[in-house]
Write a protein that binds this ligand. Structure first.
Ligand code: HEM
Length: 314
């Protein structure tokens, strides 16, 4: 949860906004506090607004190929503050929801025998698992909100003009009239309410699905033996007024050398020669284990990347 599902969506949003990646972790904390409505919520909101105002200032001076600059260049002629508010809505709408979708899908894939088995039997894909989660555990359980513009009635419930309505997305997804048998797999069926409906239907749903598919796929590819830690008991959850999130999802896997994109194995650092064996003719500073040759070519860079051997012509 903390080391993967919460970090990845924010890294995607900071790169979409043209922000430095380093801004990610602090924005993650601020967004989590704000959605939970914790004591730090207002401080979190203040931090997000300040960071986005600085971003807009920077993009005004040096626009780039990013969402912030495109919003500023939009023919609608948005003011800087309007751009800040749009970016804030995007950041908050994207982070909590995508984090929950990644975490709930991972938990289901790692713990639910139905999914684990069929995934191995390739009867079901990760996108199928994501869709099933969108039915059973929509990342936003309640959609805030709508105001009635006139008197009306919904399912026998009188609604007065001005009433605020909270849309029960999770409840709608298990309506017996729609799903008489909750056990029936729904993957491949996108007629759930997880992204709401109507003119405000989530405009970022494809981004959310793509980030989640990639997050789950890559984790299973890189750590094929990954398994939940902590036995069968239900993991702890924390609830906010609109969502329910896993507090943590501890997993274990056999340590293995990290890989680069495309599965390239990262070469392992060669063990350092023991200080004692350093020949005397080399420089003074042996006490600190550094080798300082007196003469000859400067030492070759020793970072792991210097030992990557790419196929000829790449
Ligand atoms: C992955 C899981 C996601 C879920 C389950 C989700 C769900 C929702 C829901 C239920 C709404 C409310 C719609 C309404 O008021 O009727 C919404 C709105 C919105 N979402 Fe998402 N969302 C997700 C990801 C994203 C991402 C990745 C982005 C941006 C990149 C995004 C951007 C937005 C925006 C801008 C709105 C406001 C739309 C409006 O008011 O017109 N969402 N989302």
């Amino acid at each position: 949860m903390g080391e993967y599902a919460q970090q990845l969506p924010m890294l995607v949003m900071t790169s979409l906004f043209g922000m430095p990646e380093a801004d990610g972790p602090r924005l993650v904390r601020a967004s989590l506090e704000l959605i939970m409505g914790s004591r730090e919520a207002l401080e979190g909101d203040r931090y997000i607004l300040e960071t986005l105002r600085l971003l807009v200032e920077r993009k005004r001076a040096a626009p780039g190929a990013d969402l912030a600059s495109w919003l500023m260049e939009h023919p609608a002629g948005l003011t800087d503050e309007e751009v800040v508010q749009h970016l804030r809505l995007l950041l908050l709408s994207a982070h909590e929801t995508t984090t929950n979708l990644i975490a709930n899908t991972l938990r289901m894939v790692l713990t639910d025998r139905r999914f684990r088995a069929s995934l191995a039997g390739v009867r079901m894909t990760v996108p199928d698992a994501v869709e099933q989660v969108l039915w059973d555990e929509p990342p936003l359980m309640i959609c805030p909100a709508r105001w009635a513009t006139g008197d009306t009635e919904i399912a026998g419930q009188p609604i007065r003009a001005g009433d605020m309505l909270l849309l029960g997305l999770a409840a709608g997804n298990v309506d017996p009239a729609v799903r008489p048998d909750r056990g029936t797999p729904m993957h491949g069926n996108r007629s759930h309410l997880a992204f709401s409906r109507g003119p405000h239907e989530c405009p970022g749903q494809d981004i959310g699905r793509a980030v989640t598919d990639t997050a789950v796929d890559t984790l299973l590819l890189r750590l094929p033996d990954v398994a939940p830690e902590g036995g069968e008991e239900e993991p702890a959850r924390a609830s906010s007024w609109v969502s329910r999130r896993l507090v943590e999802l501890p997993v274990a896997f056999a340590a293995r050398p990290p890989t680069l994109a495309g599965g390239l194995r990262l070469p392992q650092p060669r063990p350092r020669p023991a200080a004692a064996t350093v020949p005397a003719e080399l420089g003074e500073d042996t006490a600190h284990g550094r080798v300082l040759p007196e003469s000859g070519p400067p030492p070759r860079p020793t970072g792991w990347w210097s030992r990557i051997r790419l196929p000829r012509g790449k």
